[in-house]
Ligand binder design. Structure first.
Ligand code: ADP
Ligand code: TRP
Length: 321
């Protein structure tokens, strides 16, 4: 299967992004042909500072490679390096009913809150459809929040194919299994909009400080506590081995423990888990040419494929003579 997914460089990646998305995308590279890209064109709808955007794109590439994306197995590239996608987006746009986009939540939510939206945000799902169709992708692993956009992509592919003949491969959303919501330091869903994130590559010392400040309830130490409803435990189990998780579960059920001890265990487990990725990242940071080369080669491979699909689409709708 050809697997494709994109991630927006709109900030530094946090634990929620990793456990809810990136980790599963990367695992698919072992058994499938993976295409993964950094969606800088999409990020332009929110990041409007050139230096900041360039920095986020660079960080996203370093992070993904450090986390295990293997350029020998999968194709990693930057969205805007493939101009064919923007051309394909226009072809799709001419067949996109406005009503379809009006129902999409990214736009609808903003509109309902009275926030001004631009055409970029409104047509965002069409660009996403072009991203997917340009590479004949079969599977698109995404979080729950993106499923609606995959439906739009399928609608657009279906109507284009019905009108012009079989041009596009029909993609399928692969909803990331057990992407339970990763809680933030306050117990709400971790999100950069809530200022409750724990960064994947924050310096270990800062991370430890943040972990020590994770909110906890004020029940007496002696009371047994239900681990399943405790966000500190939810975070711990992401990093811990099954044996460690069991041990801490029993501590919760028994009671008589301090949250400080659990936080320390969480910080230790996170360090043990993240240290290899931190080391790989430091190495890549010292070798920017290598990272550029990976992105360049990724873009070449992706572009060849997108060119073939765009040719097919252009021929079908009468653009090529
Ligand atoms: P944020 O909410 O911080 O702005 P994004 O919307 O950029 O994060 O998230 C990118 C992807 O990471 C999402 O599509 C989603 O699948 C995943 N994700 C983000 N936050 C979480 C979370 N707290 N738990 C699980 N998955 C998450
Ligand atoms: N919109 C996706 C997100 O915010 C990122 C994205 C852009 C994407 N194009 C894509 C994901 C194509 C999957 C396929 O998370």
């Amino acid at each position: 299967m050809r697997v494709l997914s994109g991630i927006q460089p709109t900030g530094r990646f946090h634990w929620g992004n990793y456990f809810g998305a990136i980790k599963q995308y990367i695992e698919l590279q072992h058994d499938h042909e993976g295409y993964y890209f950094i969606a800088d064109l999409h990020a332009l709808t929110t990041v409007r500072d050139a230096e900041v955007l360039r920095g986020y794109v660079r960080d996203a590439a370093l992070d993904l490679l450090a986390l295990g994306l293997d350029p020998a197995k999968a194709t990693l590239f930057v969205q805007s390096d493939i101009p064919e996608v923007s051309e394909l987006c226009w072809l799709l746009m001419t067949g996109t009913p406005l009503g379809l986009l009006e129902r999409c939540h990214a736009y609808k939510d903003k509109k309902e809150k009275g926030i001004k939206a631009d055409a970029g945000l409104f047509t965002y799902p069409v660009l996403m459809a072009a991203d997917i169709l340009a590479y004949d992708a079969n599977w698109v692993p995404v979080g729950e929040d993106q499923v609606q956009h995959i439906e739009v992509c399928r609608d657009l592919a279906r109507s284009f194919n019905a009108h012009y003949g079989e041009v596009f491969t029909m993609p399928e959303a692969r909803i990331v299994a057990d992407a339970a919501k990763v809680p933030g330091t306050d117990g709400e869903k971790m999100s950069k909009s809530y200022n409750n994130t724990l960064g994947l590559f924050e310096p270990a010392k800062d991370l430890r400080k943040k972990i020590m400040r994770i909110s906890t309830d004020s029940r007496p130490m002696e009371d047994p506590k239900d681990p399943e409803t405790d966000h500190l435990f939810q975070l711990y189990r992401l990093f811990a081995t099954p044996e460690q998780t069991e041990e801490v579960r029993e501590i919760y059920l028994r009671g008589g423990f301090g949250y400080g001890d659990i936080k320390k265990r969480l910080a230790d487990a996170a360090d043990a888990y993240l240290d290899p990725a931190r080391a790989r990242r430091a190495e890549l940071e010292g070798n920017p040419d290598r990272v550029d080369q990976i992105l360049r080669e990724g873009a070449e491979r992706a572009r060849a494929r997108a060119r073939a699909v765009l040719d097919r689409a252009q021929r079908a709708c009468g653009l090529s003579r």
